[in-house]
Design a protein around this ligand. Sequence first.
Ligand SMILES: *Cc1c(COP(=O)(O)O)cnc(C)c1O
Length: 338
Amino acid sequence: MINLLSDTTTKPTPGMLKAMWAAEVGDDVFREDPTVNALEAKCAALFGHESALFCPSGTMANQIALKVHTRPLDEVICDEMSHIYQYEVGGYAFHSGIAVNLLKGENGILQAEMVEAAIRPKQDWLPRSTLVVIENTCNKGGGSIYPLEHIQGIRRVCQQRGLALHLDGARIFNALVETGDTPITIGKEVDSLSICLSKGLGAPVGSVLIGNQSFIAEARRVRKAMGGGMRQAGYLAAAGIYALDNHVERLREDHAHARQIADALAQLPWVTNIRPVQTNILIFDLVQPKTPAVFLESLKQKGIIASAFGPQTIRFVTHLDISQAMIEQVIKCMMYDV
Ligand SMILES: *Cc1c(COP(=O)(O)O)cnc(C)c1O
């Protein structure tokens, strides 16, 4: 099977399993798991923040951030494509009792002026704008990268107007290997960020929420309230440490693979509107009468799985478990008009 469904589908490599097997563990609810502590310290230092918190999922890390940054009846400003809006079950309303103010950016990327214009005046009858969330790379935007100047501009607006800024950095390393920016450069522009270890980095489970000491202290309480306090989680944290040490630079290969498929697709008459490929996500439309259902079934017959991303839209995601040979196989199948 060639699995282009998501970069979450990766399985631990032998090296990662070895690191997990060898992990020293303890009860993390008592903060006695040395491997979890090491992962948290590593992530905090990497992004130039004081503290970090290991979470079971990216969704939980983001939801904790929303909860800690806001109070009920507040409003979070974000792009309409945001993961926190699209794919977290409306958790912002459920956990935090807040509203969303959705903006239409370009492939999920906002400009500072749009954010500034969306901030509500202070009136008793209006939600209170207290938080901005940006996503880098933006999943639904086709793995689009936030230019650093945009982040800096949004940061300036947030500081001037007293709003917090959270970065959903589930795929931040995909952005960083492309732009050459350092984690510190991005880290210092935001109040908090979440990173996923279980996407392109290839760990089986886990995300890390990063911020200052008081933010993370509160986040730890909220994580426990959500049922996310884990015990001997060091086995999972060890996979995360291994991923950060070994699987960041190689993300470039995934990006090259996605571009190779995009170049091949560009020659096909039944493919249209291929979104710019900046990282490891490739989104394109099928020309009618070809439908995603028929196309995906035909791919499946050839051992390739991917997903529909809209009525005429397909998404391919490249990752650690996709080799150059698999990419060539995918291209060959497409050329023979599947
Ligand atoms: C996958 C993803 C998340 C959530 O991660 P889970 O571990 O699947 O809950 C959050 N934000 C973005 C942009 C993602 O792609």
